[in-house]
Structures are given as structure tokens and as C-alpha cells.
Design a protein around this ligand. Structure first.
Ligand code: ADP
Length: 266
């Protein structure tokens, strides 16, 4: 009997963390952080222990999206070692590269500096027991992606795209990065964000502003799962700006949409 070859386990496991899911997008601005924040709070609502590492060095938006902007992680003593304590809100423990920068200051991270800060947030932090750690990766396919994938045994990856051709081309590169032989991270699937818009006064109309079902077809072409679609909704944007992810709006179609999406991811 042939046994399927086990993928090579890379990186150092973090004791107590069961699954690590990396969320990527090829292009910036497609809603990768928004989707990550909503997945995180939905997992927490489902009763899982959730951590979120905001590794987006170009625009760490998680502190604002989870309403902990201005907070700083405290140092705690764990078995005689000083560790960073993640900041917690909505049942999600979070560390962000944004905690290391001054507000309103543009910090240009050099690759090694960013990798060092990320390594500290991964290994010198008191994450405790987690069912899921989500990582909000920077857009694109670069150094940071490589160093995270070398540092950690990633369980699977999620690629976020809008249906627009220019975003899809980059999402395809994202999938290719995870599937590269030297990286070999399972692709859990593709999420289509900003799939369509429905005006309140015309609730039966769907406008495919960025094109129709592009991410769904890309998933089919690449033979990776299609995880679901999230429409363009003003309250998703507002919720992000106010720091209370839309998935927390109970008994709404959005809560349901994020629950369906989350179930497909895990
Ligand atoms: P990325 O992490 O890919 O750069 P963001 O999550 O920061 O993207 O989203 C970019 C912008 O689009 C933000 O202003 C966010 O609030 C908004 N946005 C993301 N997804 C949606 C959506 N489904 N509906 C409305 N606005 C959205």
C-alpha cells in the first residue's frame, strides 16, 4: 500500500498552538485584513481559542480593526522568561507589527528588522493555548512571507481576491507561492471579497462592480477550493473603521456570510 508522502514540516512548532492559518492576497486593498479580522472574531464566537498575528508591515490595520489602537502589549514573566502578552479584544488575542511603530509615523522596515520583530511576536510572546492562529500577511509574495513560512509550520493558507482581473493575476501568484515545492503549504482555498454590490433601495439587484465570479473561476482553474464570497457592504467598511468587525453584528446576513466562510476555512 502506498502511503501519501507527508509534506515536509518546516519551522518550529509553538507548543500550545494547534493550527496556523496564513491569510494572503496578491494585491493590496482587496480586503485581506478585513476578512482576517472577521474570520478571527467568528472563530472566537464559535468557541475556539484564537490568536491573530498582524504581519502586514506595509499597513498594519489590525489594531484599528479590533479597536485596540494605541494599546501596547505588556511584558509578563513566563517560567522565568520575559514574554510579550498579546492584547485581547472580542475573544481574539492579537499582536501587530503596528504596536512597534509610532502613530502617524511611516516606518520603512528593512527585511531583517521586520523578520526579527515578527519572530519576537511569534516566539517571545505568551500566546497560551490556541486552536487557531491567523496570520495577516503583507500583500504580494516577498521576504516576509518566506521568513514566516520558514519559521512556522503553517497548517494552511487562504488567499483573498476581488473578482477583478488585475487582482486575480496576483492571487494566482499567491497560490503559486504556497504551492512551490520548497514551501509546500496547503492552500485551503480562495475567498472572493467585494463580489457584488446591492443597493438598499434595489435589494434584488446585484451589481458586479469588479467583475462576476472571477475568484470562483480562478479557484476552479487552479483546482483549489472556493471558500465563499463576501459582497461590498458599507457596514463592512464602517465596522472596520470603528473597530468592531461586521461579523459581530448578530442575526444579520453578514454574520451568516462570515459564519459560512469560516466553516469552509476550518
Ligand atoms: P487589505 O488588507 O487587502 O489591504 P483591507 O482589509 O484593509 O484590505 O480593505 C481595504 C478597504 O476596503 C478598507 O477600507 C476596508 O474597510 C474596505 N473593505 C474590505 N472589504 C470590504 C467589503 N466586503 N465591503 C466594503 N468594504 C470593504
Amino acid at each position: 500500500v502506498e502511503t501519501p508522502e507527508k509534506p515536509e514540516i518546516k519551522g518550529k512548532a509553538i507548543p500550545g498552538i494547534k493550527n496556523i492559518i496564513a491569510v494572503a492576497s496578491g494585491k493590496g486593498g482587496v480586503g485581506k485584513s478585513t476578512i482576517t479580522a472577521n474570520l478571527a472574531v467568528t472563530l472566537a464566537k464559535m468557541g475556539f481559542k484564537v490568536g491573530l498575528l498582524d504581519a502586514d508591515i506595509y499597513g498594519p490595520s489590525m489594531p484599528i480593526m479590533l479597536d485596540v489602537d494605541g494599546h501596547r502589549p505588556l511584558a509578563v514573566n513566563v517560567d522565568g522568561k520575559s514574554k510579550m502578552k498579546p492584547v485581547e479584544n472580542y475573544g481574539v488575542k492579537m499582536l501587530s507589527i503596528g504596536f512597534f511603530t509610532q502613530p502617524d509615523q511611516a516606518v520603512i522596515w528593512r527585511g531583517p528588522m521586520a523578520s526579527k520583530a515578527l519572530n519576537q511576536m511569534i516566539f517571545d510572546a505568551d500566546w497560551g493555548e490556541l486552536d487557531f492562529m491567523l496570520i495577516d500577511l503583507p500583500p504580494g509574495t516577498g521576504d516576509i512571507h518566506l521568513s514566516i513560512m520558514q519559521a512556522l509550520p503553517i497548517t494552511g493558507s487562504v488567499v483573498v481576491s476581488t473578482p477583478q482581473n488585475i487582482a486575480l493575476a496576483d492571487a494566482k501568484k499567491g497560490v503559486a507561492m504556497f504551492q512551490q515545492e520548497s514551501i509546500n503549504v496547503p492552500v485551503l482555498g480562495i475567498v472572493e471579497n467585494m463580489a457584488y454590490f446591492t443597493p438598499e433601495e434595489l435589494p434584488d439587484n446585484k451589481y458586479y462592480i469588479f467583475g462576476k465570479e472571477g475568484a470562483r473561476s480562478l479557484a476552479d482553474d487552479l483546482k483549489v477550493p472556493f471558500l465563499g464570497e463576501i459582497p461590498i457592504v458599507q457596514s463592512i467598511r464602517e465596522a472596520g473603521d470603528y473597530g468592531r468587525p461586521a461579523a459581530l453584528q448578530t442575526a444579520t446576513p453578514l454574520e451568516e456570510a462570515f459564519e459560512d466562510l469560516t466553516r469552509n476555512v476550518v
